[in-house]
Unconditional design. Sequence first.
Length: 429
Amino acid sequence: MLRFIMEFSLFGRNFTQKTGILELMDDLGQALAGDGEVSMLGGGNPASIPAMNEVWRQRLQEILLQDSGVELLLAQYDTPQGNPGFLQALARFFKERFGWNVGPENICVTNGSQNAFFLLFNLLAGEWGQGKSRSILFPLAPEYVGYADQALGSGHFHSRRPQVVLQEFPFFKYYVNFEGLELREDTGALCASRPTNPTGNVLTQDEVVHLAGLCRRSGVPFLLDNAYGTPFPGILFEDVEPFWDESTVLVLSLSKLGLPATRTGILVAKPEIIQAVTASNAILNLASSGIGQSLVLPFLENGALWELSRKIIRPYYLEARDFAVQAAVEIFAQRFPFRIHRPQGALFLWVWFPELPIPTRSLYERLKARAVVVVPGEYFFFGMEDEDKDWNHRRECLRLNYARPKGEILRGLMVLAEEVELAFGLPRR
Ligand SMILES: Cc1ncc(COP(=O)(O)O)c(C=O)c1O
């Protein structure tokens, strides 16, 4: 039979449907391709920090000058678990600095942490046989949009509405609502990013300990996404202790150290989980990229990674955050109601316009037409229950990336203010 239209399997259809993330990435690409002035506040790209670029430039030169440097960097597959020297150095770092009871058997490397989550979600949730299935529970929505389409099936994600607490103006903060939060028999894992993309929230130590305790008692893994957090890359503006215990799968990444193109994710977990991810990695990738591991290894061995995070990365983003918050407050003040989620880490401002008459999805379109790219908040509330459908807050927030040049941020905020004013039916200033 001749087929004129390309057809795909269920898997293919799942992955080629117009997902939120695909649409946004398309928009970013198209906006970048134009030649006018664009405020690109939508993507998740980390800042290009000159001092960090210099660190990696020097390290690359050092490798290239070594005998067999190129061979070590480019010309070999690592084991599917990762480079043995890197695994050992990481284990020693965690053990000596934080007293965690881990060895190389507790660590594996993936091609980016995005890839790690794909494997974890589908190893721990989905069809379970005999008509049963398991799901991932996100204890606090909104959560990272990059998780939303990763399950090989539908209905495998559930997320919970948080407590919304107003703080001193202009801030508010989400807290986990523990009332009624229980792990069911079909809960495969709990998952949270800390700091959270999109909000910059940092779960308190009490919240983390409480969630880990729930998981430990139920024998369910606690996936803790540390793409921005401590001990590295350190885009964290509060004193927070790194957290790991036997029930936790801590997922780290080299991306926000300035190395997103090396695609390096790191898992710290009990050996059974490491073995399962390693086996899956072998099937999907043979091995993960070794470039990031080679670049970072000496900085792990001499402890400098910790220093780079605290002395270069954190101050850089702190300055950018303070600039963005101050600019938003000055530009929005006295014009319409707004609040900003307390930006405790990561590289985003999560702005809430209470009672905004149009959904931020529409606001996004209007802004895009004026060359300002943001991410509408709706996408980050995936997996919510039907009873939360009428919760308007989901349509009143948006995410701005502040790791951008100051001119772009100022212009973007000014255009945003004009469009919010229009949406509220207020006269333009
Ligand atoms: C919360 C969170 N987790 C995971 C990732 C994936 O990062 P990567 O695959 O570059 O390690 C990102 C990317 O921005 C993120 O924001």
